[in-house]
Design a protein around this ligand. Structure first.
Ligand code: CO
Length: 135
């Protein structure tokens, strides 16, 4: 099992349209993907930079998974995602190390890849996502 690269950085924004406009201006790229994740109560947009991405995440309702984050911390850096070649092996390794996992099993993320989150308490204070890319 190998950690390959940073897949993306997740940034929480209160409004996706104005967040996209701001990052389009900053980075000079348009989102390649925009997707609503009803179950998580979020809408996300991916801006591609080389083989990595900036993921903008906005709530689509009061029940959203990031409403609490935005209330407490405001807009800004939300998580770091590492690309791994085998997400199940990575989760098993972390479980063996006693890490606190927010997803016991991988699930399908914004880009259609397999993803799983690790609690910040087990990752140096950073909400951490693992991504196994499926072409
Ligand atoms: Co992410």
């Amino acid at each position: 099992m190998t950690y390959q690269q940073i897949d993306h950085v997740g940034i929480a924004v209160t409004d996706l349209d104005s967040g996209i406009a701001r990052y389009q201006e900053l980075l000079g790229v348009s989102p390649s993907v925009r997707k609503r994740m009803e179950k998580d109560g979020i809408e996300a947009a991916m801006l591609d930079l080389g083989s990595t991405h900036v993921e903008l995440i906005a709530p689509i309702g009061p029940e959203s998974a990031i409403s609490g984050f935005l209330e407490k911390r405001g807009e800004g850096m939300h998580h770091v995602a590492y690309r791994v070649d085998d997400i199940r092996a990575a989760l098993a390794q972390l479980r063996g190390q006693g890490a606190r996992l927010l997803d016991e099993e991988p699930r399908v993320g914004v880009m259609g890849h397999l993803v799983a989150f690790i609690h910040p308490k087990s990752a140096g204070g950073v909400l951490t996502e693992l991504v196994e890319v499926h072409p």
